[in-house]
Design a protein around this ligand. Structure first.
Ligand SMILES: [Mg+2]
Length: 308
């Protein structure tokens, strides 16, 4: 529903010269008094994104902020501030609000982000939590989704799949990695993986007006994806999990082949590997690259939230 709604929305909203990056990217970019401000918002709802009966509210608070930081990373932006809006179930509202904040604060400190304000309500409904984060463009300017070109290499940070076991709550947003890469290399386009590796690669290609071919043999598979595949074989292979699970919050980047070669040689992120996992191609859509030939690949992943 969301991609379709977003397409409809983009056709209805008038442009504004101050809006440098309009809806449809990981964040919007506004030009204010000569400087660019990167803005992103996310909404987490009990029963959809988490269950209070199962998940520590501090983890929920942390995640609400972390997903926004991940969107700032996808824009290669430096975090500045966040605003937190929360609708609290009446019962135990105060304790819950304190726990949510306790989960956010260490992450805000780690990334030099000010929690600058917000709003709280209590009601008879479930917990609903929305964070809006502001950032400033990093060294290479705002990294968009629309800059990939056929022939560019698709690069990925880290590994994929199995996030439901732990990673969806304890991931570290790739802010430092994005800023370091933007400083050292020309980056064509970027996105963070929230919906799933395959579908987010397709989003990057679609926004760039081209297609993308994944080299499935090179997709880095997370140990938790292997574990899920082993424990619940009916749920798919480890590769299925890597392609479709989502909430990996890794970065996908489009770079020119010579830039990819340098990145692969230098591995500038230390313990976090950078891997070449595919190529952008002229033919629109999602493909797999097998023995030099393209075959169609069905996108896997869930679309549960708008992008910015
Ligand atoms: Mg995103």
């Amino acid at each position: 529903m969301e991609r379709e709604f977003l397409r409809w929305l983009r056709g209805r909203l008038p442009g504004d010269p101050r809006l440098i990056v309009p809806p449809g990217d990981d964040a919007a970019v506004l030009r204010l008094g000569g400087s660019d401000v990167v803005v992103t918002v996310d909404l987490l709802t009990e029963g959809v994104d988490f269950l209070l009966a199962q998940h520590d509210p501090r983890k929920i608070g942390r995640k609400a902020l972390a997903v926004n930081l991940s969107d700032l990373a996808a824009m290669a932006a430096r975090p500045l501030a966040a605003f937190v809006a929360v609708a609290l179930p009446r019962d135990g509202a105060r304790e819950l609000a304190e726990s949510l904040l306790a989960g956010m604060q260490p992450l805000a400190e780690e990334f030099g982000l000010a929690i600058a304000g917000g709003d709280t309500n209590t009601w008879d409904g479930p917990l609903v939590l929305s964070v809006t984060a502001l950032g400033e463009p990093g060294p290479g300017g705002s990294l968009r989704r629309n800059g990939a070109r056929p022939g560019d290499v698709l690069m990925a940070t880290g590994s994929f799949g199995g996030s439901i076991l732990a990673h969806q709550f304890d991931f570290t947003p790739r802010v430092r990695e994005a800023l370091l890469l933007a400083e050292r290399y020309p980056l064509g386009a970027g996105i963070d993986v929230s919906d799933g590796l395959a579908i987010d690669a397709l989003h990057l290609a679609e926004e760039s007006g081209c297609g993308v071919a994944l080299d499935l043999a090179r997709v880095p598979i997370a140990p938790d994806a292997e574990r899920l595949a082993f424990e619940k074989p009916a749920g798919g292979t480890a590769l299925d999990h890597a392609l479709g699970d989502g909430e990996d919050f890794e970065l996908l980047l489009a770079v020119a082949p010579e830039v990819a070669r340098r990145m692969l040689d230098e591995q500038p992120l230390g313990a976090t590997p950078l891997t070449e996992i595919g190529r952008f191609v002229d033919a629109p859509g999602l493909w797999q690259l097998r023995q030099g030939a393209l075959t169609a690949l069905a996108p896997r992943g869930w679309e549960h939230r708008a992008s910015s």
